[in-house]
Design a protein around this ligand. Structure first.
Ligand code: ATP
Ligand code: MG
Length: 299
């Protein structure tokens, strides 16, 4: 179980480290085993920063982030259980080495006792699982493979460790539509076997396809979160409505989202949760649209 409780990340910014940016501001949500939680929001809203904190690559400034009740402690044991795949596959490969060196590194670090034939079988299986032909991709250099192929090899690499939790940060951004569906279906199968997934995306339709729960972020804060059917079936925050209205549909002109009197959602959770979210129905939380400047109180 992944649990974030008022997790905040502040980066030092500006010349001589004088200023600071709060990239993630008191974010709370959880993801159970076998559950896919999608984290949706515009560019710069703090999605990758949350993913990096879950993976222990960026330290948390305040709040608590735990996995199965324990604080994130990066190291071999931790990465056996938690793996990440990122949006930019190119940065994960050394152009001097063949792409499948990423598998050899996994073997050296985590499975040194596995024999050559057994290992080759496991790699082939993982590569086929991400809908690639081992004969076409193994033994090649990164520049001989497409972005989508490199990205899928990284997914295969993460899955070779059989992790309990996966942070998937825009992993389908380089894939064509049919391969994307294949990868999403692969995730659905893994989820059914108990894998927990934090699925980071700015593509709403992909987020809703598999997610039991959805967290909508804006400017580092959660504006709406909860059961996916409730968040997108009955979106209450204007930002969530705008996101939904922005999904292009054939034959339907783009319309602006109707404003809501979001102050009705202001005071609900403000005092206790520190997150300024109001629970409007079970597992459906929404923030006031005017925060942090809202001077009004709940009617
Ligand atoms: N190492 C860092 N130092 C300073 N600021 C950072 C650092 N990493 C991220 N930020 C800032 O934190 C904010 C959130 O960045 P983040 O990468 O988490 O956004 P994102 O939601 O993943 O965006 P995108 O959809 O474009 O990937 C941005 O304003 C970014 O400039
Ligand atoms: Mg990002």
């Amino acid at each position: 179980m992944l649990t974030l409780d008022r997790v905040t990340k502040t980066f030092r910014a500006g010349a001589f480290g004088g200023g600071s940016t709060t990239a993630v501001d008191r974010v709370s949500f959880s993801a159970a085993p076998g559950e896919l939680v999608s984290l949706i929001g515009e560019s710069g809203s703090g999605k990758s920063t949350i993913g990096r904190m879950v993976l222990g690559l960026t330290p948390v400034s305040s709040g608590s982030l735990t996995l199965d009740g324990e604080r994130v402690r990066p190291g071999k044991d931790f990465y056996r259980r938690v793996q990440g795949v990122f949006q930019d596959p190119f940065s994960c490969y050394n152009p001097v080495f063949k792409a499948d060196r990423v598998f050899a590194l996994v073997r050296r670090a985590y499975h040194p006792g596995v024999g050559d034939t057994e290992w080759a079988d496991r790699v082939e299986r993982a590569v086929r699982d991400v809908r690639l032909d081992p004969g076409q991709v193994l033994g090649r250099y990164p520049h001989q493979l497409s972005g989508g192929q490199l990205q899928r090899l990284l997914i295969a690499r993460a899955l070779l460790l059989d992790p309990r939790f996966l942070v998937a940060d825009e992993i389908t951004s380089m894939l064509d539509a049919s391969t994307r569906i294949d990868v999403l279906n692969l995730l659905a199968g893994l989820k059914d076997r108990g894998l927990g997934v934090l699925y980071i995306t700015h593509d709403l339709s992909l987020g809703t396809y598999l997610a039991e729960r959805t967290v909508v972020l804006r400017g580092g804060r959660v504006v709406e979160r909860g059961d996916t059917q409730k968040v997108f079936g009955n979106p209450l925050h204007p930002y969530t409505r705008t996101l939904l209205a922005a999904v292009p549909r054939i034959g339907r002109p783009w319309t602006e989202a109707a404003p809501v009197d979001a102050c009705a959602y202001h005071a609900g959770g403000a005092a206790g949760s520190g997150e300024d979210l109001h629970e409007t129905e079970p597992d459906h939380f929404v923030a006031c649209a005017h925060l942090p400047d809202c001077g009004r109180t709940r009617p």
